[in-house]
Design a protein around this ligand. Sequence first.
Ligand code: ADP
Length: 484
Amino acid sequence: MTDLTDSTLLRERCFVAGAWIDADDGGRSPVTNPATGATITHVPRCGAEETARAIAAAEAAFPGWRAETAGRRAALLRRWFELILENREDLALLMTLEQGKPLAEARGEIDYAASYVEWFAEEAKRLYGDVIPSPLPDRRIVVVKEPVGVCAAITPWNFPAAMITRKAAPALAAGCTMIVKPAEQTPLSALALAALAERAGIPPGVFSVVTGSARQIGAVLTASTAVRKLTFTGSTEVGRLLIGQCAGTVKRLSMELGGNAPFIVFDDADLDAAVAGALASKYRNAGQTCVCSNRFLVQDGIYDRFAARLSEAVAAMTVGNGLEDGVQQGPLIDAAALAKVEDLVADATRSGATVAVGGRRHALGGTWFEPTVLTGVTASMRVAVEEIFGPVAPLIRFTDEAEAVRLANDSDYGLAAYLFTRDHARVWRVGEALEYGMVGINTGLISTAVAPFGGVKQSGFGREGSRYGIEDYVEIKYLCMGGL
Ligand code: ADP
């Protein structure tokens, strides 16, 4: 790891209560580079005891942190934001090493992660309340917003930095304290962010990162009465489990779960834009994002042309180690991810789909899968029903708008959807008919810190980013002032 400009950003300990600690029992887990299979380093395998200490520290730090002025919290977050950008190259390198995404994408994620910290540093100062006209002459009704309290965040490996900052920044801005449990695969990005938070002067206990056993750490975070809120990004399956675990203590929850994004291309679409949008939304991060297009619904009249153009573009993609120049697609995160993608493609071809391009493990070996386009897919095939989380585009044919909307909404998920058309009336009709939290219209890229990110149905609830994002971390209190 001598390639880091600042080698102190490679942390091999957890950050709890403002101190860098090992697991009580000395247990450590390897962090693996998915491109080479090599062990990068080890991080502590913490469990219940260390998590309890992180909670106690967050509880102890909360009164002081909430009592700071919004301006002071904003200034510390702003400093954190600056430090993230100043260390962009090192953070991106760490991310590519542990996660596999191309370095250019890792740099993009660092900018994106930092943008949440900047945004919420600013929003900290705008957490306004209300004065409501009173029905009685001798009363005044005042609404104030207060921080929820100690928050826990459980985050995934696909965006190792941004999924942390989009939770931690609004929490800290609102005056909450937070404990993060990052994914086992990508703890180094989380620990580097903690090192920079410490450097920025964020007080001890306000932001802790505990690595280790998901089950043990999750059990303690969810059972604790001191933890008032859990925010989770990950699979619907684990989200469901965590919602259940939080029932006992009636916690506030934000859940950003799985998706099955439809990407609808109408006959009147701009073909170039649709192909560009498809590439951006499908193959980014090797298809491992919850807003990646999962099903392409393509109208009869444009289906063959879209399939041909997309296949041509996909066949030209450069696959390799994310550290190499020009690589557009890195490896999948692990062997289980590879097996799932392979299985879904095999199931589709057995059921009658055709491989237009790709379709196999890549010649590079490891966990690489070829960028793939499947034609002749039907809505009932597993590849169109399950979240693929890999570089596979299944193309389904439809005839009219009503059928497209019906197919698009025929899912338990409701995170992101995309549609391509030049008809403005259709934009509104279909945009409103789609049961999704986010709709990209003539674009395949929708994520930005200034807009509300989140889903409906079994894709979860709560919104991250935008002015709505901080609301997930505040309680509304009503003060009724009588006898005036
Ligand atoms: P993904 O499919 O992205 O790996 P997961 O839902 O499995 O999604 O993981 C997302 C996060 O949830 C990770 O930090 C993981 O460690 C954590 N996690 C997985 N299982 C549990 C559990 N039983 N309790 C608490 N956290 C869990």
